[in-house]
Design a protein around this ligand. Structure first.
Ligand code: NAD
Length: 396
């Protein structure tokens, strides 16, 4: 291969191909290739549970772009909305379920995967019910509101011998994957410091925020909703697990939004390699989802680093200085196709329930430290991810 890096930049291929050319990828096992478009009859049917913002604006549109899975059923408490969405997506009337008759899905051969897109406090109930119907489960993040619920969900999946995948879309997002692969290659030296800021404003009058501002229903306000991207991000960028956590909180309890949930939370993780992660999250300061990784010889910046679209990866290092250009993909479509291939046994499960549980435990440790005035909490559950996304998932 004789293309220079400048050629690649001009071709818009600087990210992936440059990594391949400089033998970054050759140090890794071959990545799995996702399925080519399958014939209609072979695509696995997905039942989307909950027709709120994420389902209507991202997931259902993405299911029109998937190649190995397809929308097969809707589960909703609003029959009119469900009929409208079914009509828009050419679904028959008998593919609509209510929450009450959801369990009937067991007898629906059109559905192979149940995708739980409900408020966090309902994830456990619907995951366990879905496993009882014999279906596989894709569940939104955070996987639950408590560590105990997350453990119960994993146990239910094992008992049913079905797959449980947590919808960590950044594990399937090209810029994040490219950053992981570059960091793993060692070309920038050791990663030493990760900084993540995941912040946005919130509105108690928006029903989609109202449950997020309720501790019981969300499991942690901004921390559970936005901060989790930084917690998970620090772990996948560094490919290691923290051993110490300390955190601080500032919440204006006179603000009606923050009667039960914390607002601004900042934390530090110490990793066995000596790397440190600084994270912050808030529901009153908006709005960004960004990360930085400072390595011995370079800084990698994802800003934005975890948006649905328009993520931006920049490298501050000679000779790699500049923006890494990789074509956008629909992260949700990729993630759902990945789940389809997991069910087919073609690719590894890179974001299993255990990955979601690790974040649940870390959020609990962060909240514990905030309650204890920033005391260091020792955390080591001996968790090691089974599959590094940087190795298992192609960049694009
Ligand atoms: P939302 O409030 O817009 O939608 C939730 C849906 O659940 C609504 O249709 C609501 O009617 C329904 N519902 C059923 N029972 C309910 C009850 N008892 N109380 C409240 N609502 C009830 O929320 P959303 O933004 O679509 O988020 C859904 C899930 O997706 C959450 O777990 C959230 O963390 C996750 N999420 C993930 C991403 C991502 O990028 N992966 C982005 C947004 C949301």
């Amino acid at each position: 291969m004789s293309l220079s890096r400048r050629d690649l930049i001009e071709l818009g291929l600087a990210g992936t191909s440059a990594a391949l050319i400089t033998n970054v990828a050759s140090a890794q096992p071959a990545v799995q290739q996702p399925a080519a478009k399958l014939p209609e009859g072979e695509r696995i049917g997905v039942a989307v549970v909950g027709l709120g913002k994420l389902s209507l604006e991202q997931i259902i549109p993405a299911l029109r772009k998937t190649t190995g899975v397809k929308l097969a059923a809707l589960v909703s408490g609003h029959p009119d909305k469900a009929r409208r969405v079914a009509a828009e997506n050419n679904l028959p009337a008998d593919a609509i379920y209510s929450y009450e008759d959801f369990d009937r899905i067991a007898r629906d051969p059109r559905v192979g995967i149940v995708y739980i897109v409900l408020p966090n406090f309902l994830h456990k109930e619907y995951t366990i019910r879905a496993f009882k119907t014999g279906k596989h489960v894709l569940c939104e993040k955070p996987m639950a509101t408590t560590v105990a619920d997350a453990e119960a969900m994993i146990a239910a999946g094992k008992a049913a011998n079905r797959q449980l995948m947590i919808a960590y879309r950044c594990h399937y997002e090209p810029k994040n994957l490219e950053a992981m692969r570059r960091i793993r290659s060692g070309r920038y030296g050791k990663p030493r410091l990760v900084v993540t800021d995941m912040l946005r404003g919130s509105d108690l009058n928006d029903p989609s925020d109202a449950w997020r501002l309720d501790m019981v229903k969300s499991g942690g306000g901004a921390l559970a909703d936005m901060g989790i991207y930084g917690i998970n991000g620090a772990r996948y960028l560094l490919n290691e697990e923290p051993v110490e956590v300390r955190a601080w909180e500032h919440t204006d309890r006179s603000d009606p939004r923050f009667k039960t949930v914390p607002d601004l939370v900042a934390w530090q993780f110490r990793f066995p390699s000596g790397a440190i992660a600084n994270g912050s999250t808030s529901f009153s300061v908006g709005g960004t989802m960004r990360w930085d990784v400072f390595c011995d010889k370079a800084r990698l910046r994802g800003d934005p680093g975890a948006y649905y679209n328009g993520n931006h990866l920049e490298i501050f290092s000679s000779p790699d200085e500049g923006e890494v250009k990789i074509a956008e993909v629909d992260q949700f479509a990729r993630e759902m196709d990945w789940m389809g291939d997991v069910v087919r046994g073609r690719v590894p499960l890179v974001s299993p329930g255990e990955e979601g549980l690790q974040d649940m435990r870390l959020m609990a440790a962060i909240l514990q430290s905030t309650r204890e005035g920033g005391r260091t909490v020792t955390v080591d559950w001996q968790y090691k991810r089974a599959h590094d996304p940087a190795v298992a998932v192609p960049v694009a």
